[in-house]
Design a protein. Structure first.
Length: 125
């Protein structure tokens, strides 16, 4: 018996120090993704969330951001050589880092939100 639900959990972390400790970077990423198959794997749905965070800095710079992404989509195998793909994504990027100007003030980097919607048809000859 085949269970049609697949869950993936990923955790990544990294800590760097370079130039004799003058520059540092600490990075972490977490992902939870689910995939569900139906109709003998002809219809596949997926959803997931990714979380990133980084901190550190160096001479004149501050690294301090968080990014989260939500994904939702699917694939429908119309025939052996035809696929209909649909997905959407929402990204939120919050940046509290930046660079110091000549007066010693921190000039912050911009934050943003991004939405992506995609519908694609593939024909493999």
């Amino acid at each position: 018996y085949k269970i049609p639900l697949t869950t993936t959990i990923s955790i990544t972390t990294n800590k760097n120090s370079y130039l004799g400790g003058l520059n540092t970077l600490k990075f972490s990423a977490y992902e939870l993704r689910n995939q569900y198959s139906a109709f003998n794997d002809r219809l596949i749905f997926y959803s997931g969330i990714r979380l990133f965070e980084a901190s550190g800095g160096g001479l004149g710079t501050v690294i301090d951001y968080k990014k989260d992404q939500f994904m939702l989509g699917g694939r429908f195998y119309i025939a052996r050589n035809q696929i209909l793909i649909f997905d959407m994504s929402r990204i939120s990027f919050k940046d509290h880092g930046g660079t110091y100007n000549a007066q010693g003030e921190l000039v912050k980097n911009p934050s943003f939100r991004d939405y992506t919607f995609r519908l694609r048809y593939e024909l493999n000859l």
